[in-house]
Design a protein around this ligand. Structure first.
Ligand SMILES: [Zn+2]
Ligand SMILES: [Zn+2]
Length: 341
C-alpha cells in the first residue's frame, strides 16, 4: 500500500464518514481484488475462497438464485400455455420482471438516495445524482434511468425470457432436471456468473467501438456518477446485445431455474453494482455488499475495466484500473493514445 493510501485509510478510520481521497468519498482497500481464475499456475484454494465469498453469504448472487427458485415455483405459467405465443403468459412474465426491478432498484434508490438511510457512509462518489441537466431524458438523471431501465431494459429481458420458455415448451432446447443430472445442475449455477462476466467483457468492448458507442452505449455512459437505476438504463440496441448472454441456454443443457437466475443476474445485479455505495450499512455493520468499485471506475474513466472482477480479462489485456494512482496514470495515457489516432 502506498504512503498516500495508508494516510488516507488512517484518516478514515479515525472518522469513518470523512472523505478518503480527493476523488472518492469512500473506496475499498486498494488495489481492488479480482478473481484468481486466470492466475497461472492455477490456485484452486484461492478460487474456492473467492467463490465462497459470495456463494456462502447473503449476497446479490444468492438473493437472485433464491428469487429464481421462488418465482419458478410460484409465479411460472404452465408449459401448456407457453407452447403458444399468447398475450396472457407473456404479460405475466413482463409484469413479474417490472415488479422485481422496481422492488430492487427502487428499494436501493429509496434507501441510499431518497431517505439517505446511511448518509454518505460507504458512498464512492462524493457528488449527488444530477437534476436539471440537459444530458438526461426529462433533464433528470433518476427519471432518465428509470425510463430506459423499464422501457428498454425490461423489454429485452422479457423478450429473451419469453423466447426461451416458448422454445422450451416446444421441446426446442436441451433441458436437464436436478434428478437426472445433479452435478451439472449445481455446477451450472457456479459457472453462469463467470460466463456472464466473459460475455459482458466482449460485448462491452464491442459497444465501445466508436460508431456503436455513439449510437447506443453513450446513453448508459450519461451516468458518470451512478445510482441503482443506472444499472440497465441502456439503449435498446445495447439491451438486445447485453441480454444475449442467456442464448447459451439454447445450446447448453439447462434447467429453467438456471435461465431465470441468469436473467436476474443480467437484469437485477446491475442495480446493486451501480448503487454507488460499497454496501448497505445498518446498525453499525455492513449487512450486504452492493457496489462494484471495479465498474464504478469504468463509469468515471470510461476506457478501462470493460469486464468485471469475476473473469478479469482487463488484467490480461492491459485495461485494468485497480484504483491506484499508477493505474490512473496508465489509463490516462491509454486514453491520450486512443484520441491521438
Ligand atoms: Zn454501467
Ligand atoms: Zn462502457
Amino acid at each position: 500500500m502506498s504512503g498516500q493510501y495508508s494516510t488516507l485509510v488512517q484518516h478514515s478510520m479515525s472518522d469513518p464518514d470523512a472523505p478518503m481521497s480527493r476523488s472518492w468519498h469512500y473506496h475499498p482497500e486498494l488495489p481492488i481484488p479480482v478473481s484468481p481464475i486466470l492466475n497461472w499456475p492455477p490456485k484452486p484454494l484461492a478460487w474456492l475462497k473467492w467463490l465462497s465469498s459470495y456463494w456462502l453469504a447473503v449476497s446479490a448472487v444468492t438473493l437472485e438464485a433464491a428469487l429464481a427458485f421462488l418465482v419458478y415455483t410460484w409465479f411460472q405459467p404452465s408449459w401448456e400455455a407457453m407452447a403458444a405465443l399468447s398475450p396472457g403468459w407473456v404479460l405475466q412474465i413482463w409484469l413479474r420482471n417490472m415488479v422485481l426491478l422496481i422492488l430492487v432498484a427502487g428499494g436501493l434508490h429509496l434507501w441510499f438516495y431518497r431517505y439517505g438511510g446511511q448518509g454518505k457512509r460507504l458512498k464512492f462518489d462524493p457528488r449527488d445524482l444530477v437534476k436539471s441537466n440537459r444530458t438526461f431524458t426529462f433533464r433528470n438523471q433518476v427519471w432518465d434511468n428509470m425510463f430506459w431501465s423499464l422501457a428498454s431494459g425490461v423489454t429485452a429481458w422479457t423478450a429473451y425470457e419469453v423466447l426461451y420458455f416458448w422454445a422450451a415448451a416446444n421441446g426446442l432446447v436441451p433441458q436437464i432436471t436436478f434428478a437426472n443430472n445433479p452435478v451439472w445442475f449445481v455446477a451450472w449455477f457456479v459457472l453462469i456468473p463467470i460466463w456472464s462476466s466473459c460475455h459482458f467483457y466482449w460485448v462491452h468492448r464491442l459497444l465501445h467501438w466508436p460508431p456503436l458507442y455513439r449510437l447506443a452505449h453513450a446513453l448508459h455512459h450519461r451516468n458518470v456518477n451512478i445510482g441503482p437505476w443506472a444499472g440497465i438504463s441502456m439503449h435498446p440496441i445495447e439491451t438486445a446485445i447485453y441480454f444475449s448472454s442467456v442464448l447459451i441456454h439454447f445450446v447448453v443443457p439447462s434447467h429453467p431455474v438456471h435461465v431465470i437466475f441468469h436473467l436476474y443476474l443480467q437484469g437485477l445485479n446491475p442495480a446493486f453494482s451501480h448503487s454507488g455505495f460499497d454496501g448497505v450499512w445498518l446498525k453499525d455493520k455492513k449487512r450486504l455488499e452492493t457496489g462494484d468499485f471495479f465498474h464504478q471506475l469504468h463509469h468515471r474513466h470510461f476506457e478501462c475495466n470493460y469486464g468485471t472482477a469475476e473473469l478479469p480479462w482487463d488484467k490480461v489485456f492491459g485495461t485494468f484500473h485497480d484504483g491506484s494512482p499508477e493505474a490512473r496514470q496508465r489509463i490516462r495515457e491509454r486514453k491520450m493514445r486512443m484520441h491521438a489516432q
